[in-house]
Write a protein that binds this ligand. Structure first.
Ligand code: IPM
Ligand code: MG
Length: 366
């Protein structure tokens, strides 16, 4: 039985707390799921590492990660350090250098959870947002000049390339086609941004022509926010640029009950390099060390990781255990209206792993 080698980077704030909880759950899962073997190696990279070493990860950090099958990531961001240094020194550096160009963010209203939407609308949420993860507004292209002078200037140039748009469009179409509704909504802002966004539209439109089985509709990003709130059931798979999807996915997670359950896969679909899996909630310094962080986002992302590693049965079993726990409603963390600590939620999910099986549709395929 071959074992999947997972690099574990807890990072900052509540990252290490939720990721350690996730490792416990994954170890318990490996003990009950036939054929599942996982090996973990921890890396203490992040802002404390920066304070000691003047960098977020060692110079050969990417080389160290390269041989792993996946990266299980917590969060990055520290109140005492500039975000652009911490993020570009670790998380964005990994995403960009490993060309994890597809960022996948599922949202579903899990059993027992309450959406801020009216109940009949909240129940309709079952979305996957596909975020372009390598260029666009996050290309890192731009500059500063004339520092301190009245004519000082700062620029971030949104970069859209034919290759970049085409590959993410294909990924989104394939994913949308694998889901029962075969429905893709493409988000744009080409009414106001007349270069990159127009190229985006053109290239996505060309790619979608190769998918006659798919229903495709288009939304301007501003109008998309109100559609997510007013007509959640009209949406299934969403394709959006790096920044647009960043914003829409926080809205999605909040509508799904809490940012604490949002999960992400940063995928290199070619599998040449490891993909990275993380909760989307960030470092949350206001609750760090209090033991109350919601670990469900890190468990959900662990399920995405198993799915990516080809362990569909284990992925489903973990997702079912999460849903068993939310459905019972006895062990919910404060962000979900409960009083359970991280450790109690973790123990409840581990206990539920025994009782659930791994049948049913795969997680992303809906
Ligand atoms: C996310 C986060 C990051 C992003 C931040 C931390 C840079 O908000 O994963 O959505 O904007 O990509
Ligand atoms: Mg975000």
């Amino acid at each position: 039985m071959s074992s999947h080698r997972i690099a574990v980077i807890g990072g900052d704030g509540i990252g290490p707390e939720v990721v350690e909880a996730g490792v416990q759950v994954l170890e318990a899962l490996a003990a009950v799921e036939p054929g599942l073997a996982l090996e973990f190696r921890r890396f203490d990279w992040g802002s404390d590492y920066y304070r000691r070493n003047g960098r977020m990860m060692p110079q050969d950090g990417l080389a160290q990660l390269e041989s792993f099958d996946a990266i299980y990531f917590g969060s990055v961001g520290d109140p005492e350090l500039p975000d652009d240094i911490t993020l570009w020194g670790l998380r964005l550096a990994i995403c960009q250098r490993f060309d994890q160009y597809a960022n996948v963010r599922p949202t579903r209203l899990l059993p027992g959870l309450t959406s801020p939407l009216r109940p009949e609308l909240g129940r309709q949420i079952d979305w996957v947002i596909v975020r372009e993860n390598s260029e666009g507004e996050y290309a890192g292209v731009g500059g500063r000049a004339h520092r301190g002078l009245p004519i000082e200037v700062g620029m971030d140039v949104a970069v859209f390339t034919r290759t970049g748009v085409e590959r993410i469009a294909r990924f989104a179409c394939d994913l949308a086609l694998s889901r029962p509704r075969k429905l893709l909504t493409v988000v744009t802002k080409s009414n106001a941004q007349r270069h990159g966004m127009v190229l985006w539209d053109e290239v996505v439109r060309e790619v979608t022509r190769d998918y006659p089985g798919l229903t495709v509709d288009w939304m301007l990003v501003d109008a998309m926010t109100q559609r997510m709130v007013n007509k959640p059931g009209s949406i299934d798979t969403v394709l959006a640029t790096n920044l647009h999807a960043d914003i829409l996915s926080d809205l999605a997670a909040a509508l799904g009950g809490s940012l604490g359950i949002g999960s992400t896969a940063n995928v290199d679909p070619s599998s040449r390099r490891p993909s990275m899996f993380e909760p989307i909630h960030g470092s949350a310094f206001d609750i760090t060390g209090k033991g109350v962080a919601n670990p469900l986002g890190s468990f959900w992302t662990a399920s995405l990781m198993l799915d990516h590693l080809g362990e569909q049965a284990a992925a489903r079993r973990l997702m079912s255990a999460i849903e068993t726990v939310t459905g019972r409603g006895e062990h919910l963390s404060p962000d979900l209206g409960g009083a359970a600590h991280t450790a109690e939620v973790t123990a409840a999910v581990i206990a539920a792993l025994e009782g659930v099986n791994s049948t049913g549709p795969s997680r992303l395929a809906g």
